[in-house]
Design a protein around this ligand. Structure first.
Ligand SMILES: [Zn+2]
Length: 218
């Protein structure tokens, strides 16, 4: 499940299907006008460009370059994109690299999205966990994604109830998910979300910063 899932590279579309799907990508993708307008009304002529650039695909995921934003708008943009994708039925990821370049990854799968051909060093990332997966935090594949990309500045996922935010503080290259999971099973029995418990455990050990933020709290 989740970013960089390595086990599913099927779902080949022929060119006609693919072009048709791309044409209708706005149904799967994101609307930027509201956000652009809100930034503009806050005095921001600081969006350099945001549109639809070149695209490519890998497995079930289509990668679309959306343009660039001013780097001081990255946190705001990540929040905006999270709100745009949290109710989607398939997985979508947005990567904003350290220079403000925005790339969108749209998967036709409910369980994984590939992130590829993007500079992850210092990047901010958000993705959604479709409701069909339950209300769950980062999963095992998210953990291994973080392990392989420890220089990611901010890694988020979101669903209808929560935002989850993590970043690595201490090398996790020797940590195994199974051990954390077993620990979470014993220590956090009764917890509503074991995946959340695993990341809480990781935080308690000082490896990551981690927050689960309720959408209803504000
Ligand atoms: Zn995930």
């Amino acid at each position: 499940m989740h970013p960089n899932c390595r086990c599913s590279t099927s779902a080949y579309m022929d060119d006609d299907e693919y072009n048709q799907w791309l044409d209708s990508y706005q149904d799967h993708g994101l609307a930027f006008e509201d956000w652009k307008n809100s930034v503009a009304s806050n005095g921001g002529a600081d969006i350099i460009k945001l549109g639809v650039g070149s695209s490519s695909k890998q497995g079930e995921t289509t990668r679309i370059e959306l343009g660039e934003i001013d780097t001081d708008k990255i946190d705001e943009a990540i929040q905006y994109f999270s709100d745009e994708i949290r109710d989607r039925e398939t997985e979508i990821a947005i990567v904003i690299d350290k220079n403000g370049k925005v790339t969108q990854f749209i998967s036709t799968s409910t369980e994984s999205v590939n992130i590829f051909d993007v500079d992850l060093d210092g990047a901010s990332i958000t993705h959604n966990h479709p409701v069909s997966n339950g209300i769950v935090s980062f999963g095992e594949d998210d953990f291994y994604f973080l392990q392989e990309n420890q220089n990611v500045a901010s890694f988020r996922c979101c669903n209808l109830e929560y935002d989850y935010v993590a970043s690595v503080r201490k090398d996790i290259s020797q940590v195994t998910y199974n051990e954390l999971y077993l620990k979470a099973l014993t220590e956090y029995s009764g917890n509503d979300d074991l995946q959340h418990a695993v990341f809480e455990e990781l935080r308690a050990r000082g490896y990551i910063s981690y927050d689960r933020i309720s959408k209803n709290a504000d």
